[in-house]
Design a protein around this ligand. Structure first.
Ligand code: HSE
Length: 351
């Protein structure tokens, strides 16, 4: 029998001692699920459909959404056949290996993510609140179950920032992170400055565009910036930021007069988060700042975010791009899906 060509479809992994070593032209498909079909979840589904071919080529296997969980009905949506209201339909499905959590908030996202990881599936999230509060615990549960918990989309919308910190800049000792980390507030402040739009109208616009949180006070009061800064601090310095220890101020008090005055002084008002490592402690402030138009951060207008990372060999590196919105965030979500999917394909090949 040795050496006789065979034609087995949909077979990949064979032992090193197998005489046939059937290894080529075989596809098993990587199935994912999405929990939460709001702005980010639906854009993630859309991305998997629209860019299916190129993602398949880059991964080395097709990546397909098999199930979508949401408590709402989506009867007229093209993905209606994938919808479920039961988490069990995902955690008990052995064909699903990666689950995207885009519900937001802590409940039920925390319990759902734990169940996903404990069922031996990797979880990916855009949920900054969950990562900021339970990220360490969820990473540990993932480790114990030999799967991954990835959160690129939780900071900076579509901007690559978590992976650069963990990989490209991993040789650096980080000392400081400074950033405009909230798309909604930056959008509001930019609209007020450039178009003279009133605060409430600019906020409404940001909500309609899918930038704002369900409760936009998280954006306006700086809590969203705090969560993202805490995640960055954890990733770069290995320490979350204690909510009790931050000096936080939102943009709720900023008036059209403040913006006009800053403009006259050659400045722009931005909500800036700063985290600095001092004697092993993270010092953190979040506040509106009038920065000069020549400041690198001033480039970020509208929904764009900008993040400066200070490392002891790289110096200052700035990351810039769309900080909120379904499509940009879906791009970051799928970068995590692709990383895990590629590892799955690579481990099949090494069997
Ligand atoms: N509400 C958030 C923002 C969404 O405006 O930045 C992206 O995290």
């Amino acid at each position: 029998m040795k050496g006789i060509p065979i034609n087995i479809k949909n077979t990949y992994a064979v032992g090193k001692d197998d005489p046939f070593r059937v290894r080529t032209k075989v596809s098993m498909m990587i199935n994912i699920a999405i929990i939460g079909f709001g702005v980010v979840g639906s854009a993630t589904y859309e991305l998997t459909v629209r860019n299916a071919e190129l993602i398949g080529k880059r991964v080395g296997d097709a990546v397909k959404v098999k199930r979508i969980l949401d408590i709402r009905d989506f009867d007229d949506h093209p993905a209606s056949g994938l919808m479920t209201k039961k988490l069990d339909d995902i955690v008990n499905d052995k064909d699903i290996s990666i689950v995207v959590e885009s519900i937001g908030g802590l409940k039920p996202a925390f319990e759902f993510t734990k169940a996903v990881l404990m069922s031996g599936k990797s979880a990916i999230t855009s949920n900054k609140e969950l990562v900021a509060v339970h990220g360490q615990e969820l990473e540990e549960i993932a480790r114990q179950n030999n799967v991954s918990y990835l959160y690129e989309a939780s900071v900076g919308g579509g901007i690559p920032i978590i992976r650069p910190l963990k990989q490209c800049l991993a040789a650096n000792e980080f000392t400081e992170i400074i950033g405009i980390l909230n798309g909604t507030t930056n959008y509001i402040l930019t609209k007020m400055r450039m178009e003279g739009v009133a605060f409430a109208d600019a906020l409404k616009d940001a909500q309609e565009k899918g930038y704002a949180e369900l409760n936009p006070s998280a954006d306006v009061e700086g809590y969203d910036t705090y969560r993202k800064l805490s995640i960055l601090s954890w990733t770069a310095f290995g320490k979350f930021i204690d909510a009790e220890k931050i000096d936080r101020k939102g943009i709720g008090d900023i008036t059209a007069e403040d913006i006009a005055k800053a403009k006259g002084d050659g400045r722009v008002i931005k909500l800036v988060g700063r985290a600095k490592l001092v004697d092993g402690e993270v010092r953190c402030t979040i506040a509106p700042e009038a920065i000069t138009v020549g400041d690198p951060l001033a480039i970020a207008d509208g929904v764009y975010n900008a993040i400066i990372v200070r490392g002891n060999f790289i110096g200052d590196a700035m990351f810039y791009g769309p900080g909120a919105g379904g499509e940009a965030t879906a791009s970051a979500v799928m970068s995590d899906v692709i990383e895990i999917a590629r590892n799955m394909v690579a481990s099949r090949k090494s069997v």
